[in-house]
Ligand binder design. Structure first.
Ligand SMILES: Cc1cc2nc3c(=O)[nH]c(=O)nc-3n(C[C@H](O)[C@H](O)[C@H](O)COP(=O)(O)OP(=O)(O)OC[C@H]3O[C@@H](n4cnc5c(N)ncnc54)[C@H](O)[C@@H]3O)c2cc1C
Length: 314
């Protein structure tokens, strides 16, 4: 450890990158630490249609959008380093972070923007078809499945609500649930049962996703009998959709150990991005919030930087 930064940002997704741009503009010495690819989750998507300013047809990829965000943050003086933070000591005026290789970093304020990831469906070949038939976000991807048959895995509120949303685009939506009844709230269930575009496959799991370049077959397994069934895309469609809505997993263990209050696994922080620890702010998918999207992550990044600046200059 040789330098005390004004701000260290953990995670270089849209939230962390935007925080970096704003911290740089506030003339704060800023370090952004990233354990994987700069850009975060959105680098997995080839077209972001709903980020303001993207026009249909030519919508750009997550990779190119976040590459420009990085360039912009660097142009304002933010410094990037590849590191996975595994320990955080956040009490007191100087916060200490330790990386997996033992290197230590210090700052007067910390912005946590480590994101979250969707719980995988758990079927064979899942990774191969993400972005080519498999999705975890109806708000992001429903449009790509217009007129197709879509399958939804899950039985809770979000699975059923997202299935209903998908009926606006898809020809048919089938909810696949490993039990024989839904967990979703009664009023949500009633709406789904009344929707004639939705059908149900009970006591069923997706065993495998199949296809050449895109998803066109599913192998399903009955959890009671063990019987396997193959579902094929309509030959005219050439593709079907599979959405997993079985929860999100934020990586918050190290912050919990450091005394940061969590709620439902997420860092408990409101619109002001303040956590329970002074000088520590949470931005993007990792905090409690209603909508996890690029636009809301960027908004949080800007607020967190502004709040960090106020904290440092108080
Ligand atoms: C396939 C897919 C498609 C999507 N499509 C859209 C879309 O079309 N429109 C839209 O608005 N949203 C979309 N989303 C959602 C959007 O990507 C997220 O809401 C957004 O990326 C959240 O940004 P974030 O910065 O909070 O977190 P993330 O993007 O998750 O970034 C967090 C970063 O922190 C890093 N990190 C985590 N922990 C540590 C640590 N301990 N040390 C160092 N680094 C760490 C991670 O490696 C990651 O790079 C999509 C998501 C997925 C997965």
């Amino acid at each position: 450890m040789d330098k005390i930064y004004d701000v260290i940002i953990i995670g270089a997704g849209p939230a962390g990158l935007t925080a970096g741009i704003y911290c740089g503009r506030y003339m704060l010495s800023t370090l952004i630490l990233e354990k994987g690819a700069v850009g975060g989750q959105i680098t997995l998507t080839s077209e972001i249609e709903n980020y303001p300013g993207q026009l249909g047809g030519g919508a750009e990829s997550g990779m190119t959008l976040t590459a420009r965000m990085r360039e912009q943050a660097e142009s304002f003086g933010a410094v990037f380093e590849a590191a996975e933070i595994v320990k955080a000591e956040l009490d007191g005026d100087i916060k200490k972070l330790t990386a997996s290789n033992g290197k230590e970093y210090c700052a007067k304020a910390v912005i946590i923007s480590g994101g979250a990831h969707f719980r995988p469906i758990g079927c064979e070949n899942e990774d191969r078809f993400v972005g080519a038939g498999i999705s975890y976000c109806a708000t992001c991807d429903a449009n790509f499945f217009t007129g197709l048959d879509v399958y939804v895995v899950g039985g809770g509120d979000s699975a059923v609500e997202e299935a209903m949303y998908l009926t606006k685009f898809a020809r048919r939506v089938t909810i696949i649930h490993r039990r024989d009844s839904l967990r979703a709230a009664q009023r949500i269930q009633e709406k789904a049962f009344a929707n004639d575009k939705i059908s149900f496959l009970w006591n069923t799991v997706v065993e495998s996703a199949e296809g050449e370049d895109v998803l066109d077959r599913l192998i399903l397994k009955n959890t009671l009998t063990g019987e396997r069934t193959e579902i094929k895309a309509d030959p005219d469609d050439g593709m079907l959709g599979l959405f997993g809505f079985i929860g999100m997993l934020p990586d918050t263990d190290i912050y919990k150990e450091a005394g940061v209050a969590l709620k439902g696994g997420y860092i408990d922080a409101g619109e002001d991005t303040h956590t329970s620890v002074p000088g520590v702010f949470a931005a993007g998918d990792i905090r409690t919030k209603l909508l996890r999207q690029v636009v809301t992550a960027c908004a949080d990044g800007a607020v967190a930087a502004s709040e960090a600046e106020h904290y440092l200059n108080a």
